[in-house]
Ligand binder design. Structure first.
Ligand code: TK8
Length: 330
């Protein structure tokens, strides 16, 4: 009798031990940026926390540089359940959930602190809560950051300087409309095609945060930059709902906690890197830093966009963000 209990106990120990060795779940996570980006470094951070806190039950495998596809195709793979994780800019997410267009309104966030406040508050949550209906679960808002304009033709100091410039935008109707309104000739394109499009002069320019402009070597094919900061791009750490529903609650908690921890890491790192790479870019490109008056001219030129997309996004939602932002105190 004693012997048998001992055997069962040993068997149980053996079973648990083997569970700890072989991961039960694999998260394949892909992004568009390269492995030097703050985004990739934050995914590495996420991977470490998840693998440690799940006692190896979850393994995270990372892919960068659009190895698994662009933002749009990876989101589709998450919906189908053939890929577990990605971290797109919110702009291409609007193809699935219209309300995310709120983040595409030019100059809607005055600075990063306001962006954090809105994204981590009721508005940000309300939008994440819309994702499960689309087969996606939004774990946290990470940061792509304020977008800056670059081009290969001439310095851009006023909106008039945009005239005739062929600018690549993300696949998003508001970004297209905003650049059209400012007088440019915008064209949407997946991120993975952008470098060669600039190299082959299919487009004259693009817009992305300083870190991306530096780390993706855009300065090799772009001579001029302007700190327009016209849009703040959030990233959303997304997980496939099909995968999420299979995870036991304790592991869901581990993944959610790691996503939140990595968010804090990501925002701090991204801001530090954007500031550092701006200084490095000044040695490689002609960088225009706009005065507040010059920046206001871009803001004014974009005002018709609020009118044009007000109904589509929802006047109430826009008002809610504007009122919350106005009430924000550091
Ligand atoms: C990376 C994209 C990129 C975005 C863009 O997949 O497309 O310009 O800024 O960073 O999400």
């Amino acid at each position: 009798m004693k012997m048998r209990t001992g055997c069962v106990a040993m068997l149980l120990v053996a079973l648990f031990a083997s569970a700890a060795f072989g991961a039960k779940f694999t998260i394949n996570a892909g992004i568009g940026l390269n492995d030097k980006s703050a985004q990739f470094q934050s995914l590495q951070y996420f991977k470490e926390v998840v693998e440690k806190n799940s006692d190896g039950k979850i393994e995270v495998v990372l892919f960068h540089s659009s190895q698994l596809g662009d933002d749009r195709t990876m989101m589709e793979a998450l919906k189908m359940g053939t890929q577990e994780m990605t971290c797109p800019s919110t702009a291409p997410m609007t193809a699935f959930i219209n309300a995310f267009k709120i983040y595409d309104l030019p100059f809607i966030f005055a600075n990063e602190e306001v962006a954090d406040y809105i994204l981590d508050g009721p508005v940000g949550k309300k939008l994440l809560d819309m994702l499960p209906d689309q087969g996606l679960v939004g774990l946290a808002y990470w940061e792509n950051g304020f977008r800056m304009l670059t081009n290969s033709s001439h310095p851009v100091v006023t909106p008039e300087d945009l005239k005739g410039l062929k600018i690549r935008t993300m696949e998003n109707p508001i970004h297209l409309a905003a650049f059209r309104t400012m007088g440019a000739n915008p064209t949407p394109m997946a991120f993975g095609e952008l470098f060669s499009a600039m190299q082959q002069k299919v487009v004259d320019g693009q817009e992305n945060p300083w870190g991306t402009i530096f780390l993706q070597n855009f300065f090799e094919v772009q001579k001029y930059a302007t700190d327009t900061g016209h849009v703040y791009s959030p990233f959303v750490l997304l997980i496939s709902k099909k995968f999420w529903d299979k995870l036991p609650d304790d592991l869901k908690a581990v993944v959610q906690d790691a996503a939140d921890q990595a968010k804090v890491h990501n925002r701090a790192l991204n801001r530090k890197m954007n500031a550092e790479y701006l200084e490095k870019l000044k040695e490689k490109m002609e960088v225009v830093i706009l005065t507040p008056e010059q920046k206001a001219a871009f803001q004014e030129a974009c005002l018709p966009i609020y009118e044009q997309f007000g109904k589509d996004i929802g006047e109430d939602l826009i008002k809610e963000v504007q009122e919350l932002s106005a009430g924000f105190k550091k």
